[in-house]
Write a protein that binds this ligand. Sequence first.
Ligand code: G16
Length: 556
Amino acid sequence: MNDDKKANNIIMNIKKIPSVPFTDQKTGTSGLRKKVKVFQTPHYLENFLQAIFDVATDLKGGLLILGGDGRYYNNEAIQTILKMAVAHGISHIKVGQNGLLSTPAVSHLIRKYSAAGGIILSASHNPGGPDGDFGIKFNTANGGPADSKFTDQLFASSLHITEYKIATIEDIPLQKLGEYQCGETRIEIIDPVSDYADLMAEIFDFPSIQALFDSGLFNICFDAMHAVTGPYAKAIFQQRLNARTSSVINATPLKDFGGGHPDPNLIYAKELVERLNQGKDAPNFGAASDGDGDRYMLIGRNFFVNPSDCLAIMTANAHLLSGYQQGLNGVARSLPTSRAVDKVAETLGIECYETPTGWKYFGNLLDDRRITLCGEESFGGGSDHIREKDGIWAVLFWLNLVTVKRQSVEEITRAHWTRFGRHYYSRHDYEGLDSNVAEQLMEGLRKRVETLKGETFAGHTVSFSDDFSYTDPVDHSITKHQGIRILFEDESRIVFRLSGTGTEGATLRVYLERYEADPALHDLETQTALADMIAIARELAELETRCGREQPDIIT
Ligand code: G16
């Protein structure tokens, strides 16, 4: 690398700009997500950043990690953050080259360099572009998303903004690696990939995975969906592991993700699915990641592994990988994630925690060494190596597993079902609902679940139902109203909750699950297997009468 690493002194002034609060800067499941146009409202971004600097007081004099998924408005926001960080006396800022850093890479950099925190610019899987979405997440010194206590303080602080502080400096060139000194602040433009790739090489058996690729009998197709993982996937799969040049598709991060939707599921990763289904010359192993690189989807030839099963399979097999051979402390899944992993934890004799949706709830469990692996139905999986979910880590975990087991993705999954039983699972999303109607629907369900126990629907008797409330076993904080769960005596389950990541109206998510122990019944089509649960859910939520919706918008 010939880039100029010499520190350039930059002249600056610090200004205080008067402002008035915005009342809608309450973070959702994962940071503040709004339309780009909302973030472009004069002072909107600056106000929210001021609230971050007011609450995260450790940043002053400390190190800040900064980067995003490259979506529209990423680099404009980075320039504003740099100017405000300089004005707030942050002593050192590491920024990803071209403004890029995946969410897992930020988490790793925070931990590796003992940073006081990190700012990630992403709206994850939400579409980008001038009419798309933008988002900001703040991660604390453990590398994980800020907890509810922090985000509550952030919101409270945002309601009292009267001014924000910003340095008047020229934009910092983000294209070249280098260093700039602005007053007390050192701004360093770093390679976004190398530290993260080194970590992956420490965890996984890279020589064995490379040997698998070198054998010529195995190849992978990874769809970066024109989002942040392209450079990571190329560096790791191709340069370090010697996979073919065709192994990574849609590898260039684009501001609008090529007009696509960087959500790694069977609908949006259509190109990948087609490649895997091309017959005997198709790649053996397919994967995709989302906007900011923390989620993943895994597929084999004509075979999809649902994310809940992924977590269960990883848990059952982790001891086979050198990076996890010491065994697992415990595991955790979010409420709506299927209970496939619970069966494995029971067999292994380890604790399995059920948390609300949102990666932040895994943080305490990981820090307290209660769990080693965790995952979510929303295509998220991770371990104690960082404090975020991690798409490329998950893909490498599976590749490593394939090298050990010498089985295909499908064979590994089927063997797992035979041993532990299969959890048929699906999520039905009803998008763009009127927010009031959606709230009323949830309120109706809240009342209904109080008396459901013992009632029978289509031959399935309710054994338990509640509005999920979580008591964190480490700090004992209580988080209420996290979703309606209805369990049936035959181990079927329905969960209802409203999404906390949308930017328009409300999205109702209905999570459906049915357990089947008999291997002779492991080949049913998923929606058919879940037909009873689908009908019961629609009846209980009064979906047609309340929302006029006959079908979900998205089925995953
Ligand atoms: C975030 C959270 C995840 C959650 C997902 C979907 O992920 O970190 O825990 O499962 O949103 O949340 P919701 O169901 O509320 O829309 P990401 O990748 O979008 O930051």
